[in-house]
Design a binder for this molecule. Structure first.
Ligand SMILES: [Zn+2]
Length: 99
């Protein structure tokens, strides 16, 4: 029997099987060729719903009365890039320590 465990790349918590997994990454598309898209999968990360909400990337989940002001799109992107790059650097350092 094979058991698959999904772990959030941001908080490192195990994502329950019936919970949502979100893919966060950088998306690249040429304006004139919208039918061809490319996702930079080397920067793609899997996130739990809580982390995706923390980055405020789920618009319909942002209706709480005491929420801080909405971050701008640039702030959202900056937060995601910061975590993705941070994870990539941590992985690289871990790989270097193994060798
Ligand atoms: Zn998470």
């Amino acid at each position: 029997m094979k058991t698959v465990t999904n772990t959030c790349d941001f908080c490192k918590e195990v994502i329950p099987e019936d919970d949502q997994i979100w893919y966060l990454g950088l998306y690249c598309s040429h304006k004139q060729f919208t039918h061809h898209t490319a996702l930079t999968k080397t920067l793609q990360q899997e996130a739990c719903r809580a982390c995706t909400e923390k980055f405020r990337l789920i618009p319909f989940a942002q209706k709480k009365s005491e929420e801080p002001p909405m971050p701008t799109d640039a702030e959202k992107l900056e937060a995601v890039i910061y975590d993705i790059v941070g994870n990539a650097v941590a992985d690289q350092l871990r790989d270097q320590q193994r060798t």
